[in-house]
Design a protein around this ligand. Structure first.
Ligand SMILES: *Cc1c(COP(=O)(O)O)cnc(C)c1O
Length: 303
């Protein structure tokens, strides 16, 4: 794991290229595969988390909030992104972290947050459940902006829609991993304007998360160009299995692109399964959106 350094102080979406990759199983069926490299936006923070924060930061600045207050678990990808985004825009950041046994030294992500100047409160799991109460009891004045767990907000949609503008390709299928579904909603919105022939598939990484269908529908009520797929979670959130691990390793062998088992790897595994299930046809194009998140796994020997 790399220590906090100057390279970590830039976020650059122009690094997120769309590249064609060669996967034998797809080529055999004459299907082209491309990958949108949001994992390259920043050395440690997760690409889609930055997308989600871009217009939220603008909203904060325009409305004279000076501090972002948010929430997350010990391994959240959202908190490091928020801590850095706040620092780069001269805003302060505060986080309620789930788990009162933790501290800023507990892992690299929390250390990174601290190094960015984020103030952290470690709260027990019960207290953590009521986020509005934590916010209202401690930060209920005009300078503090509540930012939901995972960066979920209506401001996130515009930033995620920009992913579509950057994929200059009229692909029939776009795949991306889903946690809260905010990134999916933004990409679906972008496609509605720019890629009317595309179908967007959200690979849900949680088990039994059918409630997400309603949550995404509430963000983009009029769209029919997307679908949440609930059968590719490989056991549930942060769970792995032999199929998933093999898919990640094979994908790396063929492309030299790293993915991880929580989000991007599940999308890769799902892509192979969808191919086997005959969901893509000869002559079609598939775009995989690599949302990043490889931070903790770059040194994992298994991959
Ligand atoms: C948070 C995260 C997601 C999920 O994004 P949502 O907008 O919450 O669905 C996907 N991939 C990575 C790498 C993430 O960190």
């Amino acid at each position: 794991m790399t220590a906090f350094n100057q390279n970590m102080l830039t976020i650059d979406t122009s690094k997120s290229i769309t590249q064609k990759i060669h996967l034998e199983a797809f080529e055999k069926k004459q299907i082209e595969v491309y990958i949108k490299r949001d994992d390259l936006i920043h050395p440690v923070i997760s690409g889609n988390k930055w997308r989600k924060l871009k217009y939220l930061i603008k909203h904060a600045q325009e409305n004279h909030f000076n501090t972002l207050v948010s929430f997350g678990g010990a391994y959240s990808n959202h908190l490091p992104a928020l801590a850095l985004a706040a620092k780069l825009h001269h805003l302060k950041s505060v986080a309620f972290v789930r788990g009162n046994e933790l501290n800023i030294e507990s892992n690299e992500k929390l250390k990174f947050c601290h190094d960015c100047g984020m103030q952290m409160h470690f709260v027990d799991r019960n207290e953590y459940k009521d986020k509005p109460k934590l916010f209202n009891d401690n930060y209920n004045t005009a300078e503090f902006l509540f930012v939901d767990e995972g960066g979920k907000s209506i401001y996130a949609l515009g930033g995620c829609a920009e992913i579509v503008e950057e994929i200059e390709l009229d692909a029939q299928h776009i795949l991306l991993p889903v946690g809260t579904g905010t990134t999916l909603a933004g990409v679906a919105l972008g496609c509605n304007d720019l890629r009317p022939h595309a179908k967007i598939y959200g690979i849900v990484v949680l088990k039994g998360a059918e409630y997400l269908n309603d949550e995404v529908a509430s963000l983009v009520p009029n769209l029919r160009n997307y679908e949440l797929l609930h059968e590719y979670h490989q056991g549930g959130y942060a769970k792995t299995n032999a199929y998933l691990e093999e898919a990640i390793r094979n994908f790396y062998k063929d492309t030299q692109i790293k993915t991880e088992p929580i989000y991007s790897g599940k999308m890769i595994a799902a892509a192979y399964q969808m191919l086997e299930q005959g969901l893509f046809k000869a002559g079609e194009q598939v775009v995989l959106v690599h949302t990043g998140g490889i931070w903790l796994h770059t040194t994992d020997k298994k991959f």
